[in-house]
Design a protein around this ligand. Structure first.
Ligand SMILES: [Zn+2]
Length: 491
């Protein structure tokens, strides 16, 4: 049988996407996988050999939790898919009901009729559907990669009210995918840049700007004015916050999308009849395990593809179309251009939408996602500022510099000019190549990556292996480029 390895974990299988094993149960298949690739074990299982809660396993297209769990029998030709949480965005009966209140739907002006003529001649849309769009209020969280195509298409389609939530500023590195922003917008607030484009596209859409970070304090208040929420966020705390806020707001549909490298996911969560994000992932992965798009990269077109799927589902919810993406997780592999669909079920034990919920109000999501524990990290590994490394290298101090990024990142930029004999071992290879560093065990080692996240994990791994003088380069090569040597390109 084949086990499909998700992109974030391929670093532990030598970039292999599928591994063939012989086994009679799911558990035996995973053991065979871990025997071939020992680094996988700690990502799939806890120290006492329980399957980690953020790892979902699908045998063919069924969740093993609803089969026989790890004891589910497998046979030749089966495929087991590991579905990780990725960071990187109803016939809702209710949304349809909002729009179904026939008589109270707003009228269309002649200018609107001219603009939407290709919609109006679709029998599934017609005048009534277009008026439902005009009556609809959709909240778009984020105006980045997913938010760009989403907001553009929803505005073009004639959604009457669109709320935008963003507090970020346009950066040059956004333009490869965040197509609502343009080169002259660099440095501008994203929310202003987005609103300008949307107003130019369709002056009939009312835009509401929420220039803030979505928080546990403001989320329910902001959501209150909208029928549907579209999640275009790229981090776990906001993703759980959006999900919980949608459930707690009386099941507002949460149109979800997320992206990483070439892989995307989309679904509709938090409707009354369907599962929520926590039914699928009750808990987030520990920080650092799943790399962000800033660390792992993303094909610029992918958020376009996934964002347009989210926009399509939003329009369908407003129209009350049959077969919305509720209870189904759509997986997009843009590199192979393959789409798969997995069944999702509402989990009766779900902490937020189950029969006995334990989450009944919004919580501290930074803490929930394990991002509050920075002090502990700082205590165990010394965080070296880039200026200090520069000064000490200039002084000729005896130190080893270890770069743990990927080879393609090394090709873009590296510190070999400042430290010609630097060591280069990608994080995923560190376990099996740690012997190459044996001779440096008692010496000072400064580990670096792009921003400091992967190198922190590498430094912890070295420390656990008995290296005594390990430093993490705070801010990574990005900080070096910003504060020490601007000739080093920032990527
Ligand atoms: Zn749930």
């Amino acid at each position: 049988m084949h086990i499909y390895i998700p992109a974030p974990l391929r670093v532990y299988t030598g970039q292999q996407e599928a591994v063939t094993v012989a086994a009679v149960t799911v558990e035996a298949a995973l053991q065979a996988l871990c025997a071939q690739y020992p680094e996988m074990k700690k990502h799939l299982f806890t120290a006492d050999n329980k399957l980690r809660s953020f790892v979902n396993l699908y045998l063919n297209d069924d969740d093993i939790r609803y089969l026989e769990g790890l004891q589910t029998p497998v046979k030749d030709g089966d495929s087991l898919t590991i579905i990780p949480s990725i960071a990187g965005g109803a016939a809702s009966l209710e949304a349809a009901a909002v729009a179904d209140s026939g008589e109270t739907l707003p009228e269309l002006s002649n200018a609107e009729i001219a603009r939407y003529s290709r919609h109006l001649i679709l029998p599934e849309m017609g005048m009534e559907g277009q008026r439902k769009l005009k009556a609809a209020k959709v909240l778009c969280i984020g105006t980045g990669g997913l938010g760009s195509p989403l907001a553009l298409y929803l505005t073009a389609a004639g959604v009457g009210t669109i709320g935008l939530v963003d507090f970020d500023v346009v950066d040059e590195s956004n333009l490869q995918r965040q197509i609502i922003h343009a080169t002259p917008d660099v440095g501008k607030k994203k929310i202003d840049s987005a609103a300008e484009k949307l107003t130019a596209l369709n002056p009939f859409t009312k835009l509401v700007k929420h220039e803030t970070m979505l928080t546990s304090e403001n989320a329910l208040g902001i959501l209150a004015d909208y029928d549907i929420v579209v999640d275009g966020t790229d981090n776990f705390p906001t993703r759980y916050l959006v999900n919980d806020a949608c459930v707690l707001s009386g099941n507002k549909p949460n149109v979800y999308g997320s992206i990483f490298r070439f892989d995307g996911q989309a679904s509709i969560f938090a409707t009354k009849e369907g599962p929520c994000y926590r039914c699928l992932y009750p808990e987030p992965p520990p920080p650092g395990l799943v790399p962000s798009c800033a660390e792992g990269g993303v094909l610029g077109i992918l958020p376009g593809l996934v964002g347009v799927i989210q926009a399509t589902e939003t329009i369908k919810l407003i129209l009350g179309a049959p077969e919305p993406l509720i209870g189904r997780l759509l997986l997009v592999d843009a590199w192979r251009m393959k789409f798969r669909e997995l069944k999702l079920r509402k989990n009766p034990d779900c902490p937020v939408c189950g029969t006995h919920p334990t989450v009944t109000k919004l919580i501290d999501y930074e803490q929930f996602c394990g991002l509050g524990g920075q002090e502990k990290v700082a205590n165990t590994i010394d965080q070296m500022p880039v200026e200090e490394l520069k000064r000490r290298l200039d002084a000729g101090d005896d130190m080893v510099v270890l770069d743990v990024r990927e080879p393609n990142e090394y090709m873009i930029a590296n510190l070999s000019e400042a430290k010609p004999d630097l060591k280069f071992i990608p994080l995923g290879d560190l376990g099996k190549r740690i012997g190459e560093l044996e001779e440096f065990k008692g010496r000072e080692i400064v580990v670096h990556c792009k921003m400091g996240g992967r190198s922190q994990r590498a430094a912890e791994q070295l420390q656990a292996a008995g290296f005594t003088h390990v430093h993490n380069l705070a801010g990574g090569i990005t900080a070096w480029s910003e504060r020490v040597d601007p000739k080093i390109p920032k990527y």
